[in-house]
Ligand binder design. Sequence first.
Ligand code: GRG
Length: 306
Amino acid sequence: MGSPRRRRAAATPAALPHPDLARAFEIYFRDALSERLPGPPRLRAAMRYAALGPGKRLRPLLVLLGCEAVGGDWFHALPAAVAVECVHAFSLVHDDLPAMDDDDYRRGRLTTHRRFGEALGVLAGDALLAFAFEELAMLEGAGVPAPRVVEAVRRLAHASGADELVGGQALDMAAEGRRVRTAGVEAIHSRKTGALMGACLALGAIAGRADARTVAVLDDAGRALGFAFQIHDDLLNSGSTLRKLGKRAGTDAARGKATYPRAAGVTAARRRERLLSTSARAIIETHSVRPARLLALLDAVAVRER
Ligand code: GRG
């Protein structure tokens, strides 16, 4: 499992581009989770531990750059960026629980339930999901018109719920140990990982005052990106290490998880990942006015090592 020094190295966030934007988000995020976070101290500590750990912050960057891509000022999208990262943190905390994937390490350190106990792990996830929507409603205070805020709430709720994120997780668990074809893997991963990334670009576009068609196609682009991201994640899971990933490697094979590389082979999985990324890029290039920084983010995601 490596020395403590090595473990600390794994806890350093992987380099995505646009550190200025990531820094601005981090300041806003930490403020939200200290000044505005309600609840008993130990629950708040578990929520902060779960949310503020050294993740890549990919989803908030997608929100902010989705807003910029449609010509908006990313600053207006900050509450939406916090909201999606809180939904993401909820999903990771619950995914790591003994009843789900039963993992001890995440982001280079103990998982939330291993640090705070299982009950607080469950509750911290629940409370982060609720807090996400409290934050999202703050879009109005950031200058986003109320009907757009309602549309943002509708989209994030749908992407987080039984049809998408949670539904994808249920399908994923049901598929464990069974032979799943590529269409089945796609059904799981586009829900479990794709829907939230679709919502990220859609929410950014909503905050940036894009029209309904642009919001919808950017949602499609984010979903394709999310599926590509999950294929990449599965490839890393089979070929990397705890030290590099900050979480255990090789767990998918051990649990008989439905993954694209398992269903189609590594070469076909790489090809599918490339096609999905290309299609996300093409949509963004066609439907955006300022796509450069968003496209640079996509490029970095395609070659990430954790
Ligand atoms: C409702 C009890 C209950 C459980 C639901 C919804 C859910 C649990 C789990 C969601 C499934 C999930 C965790 C999908 C994985 C998506 C994924 C590849 C996550 C890792 O994302 P990164 O690499 O993480 O962006 P960091 O740590 O960098 O933020």
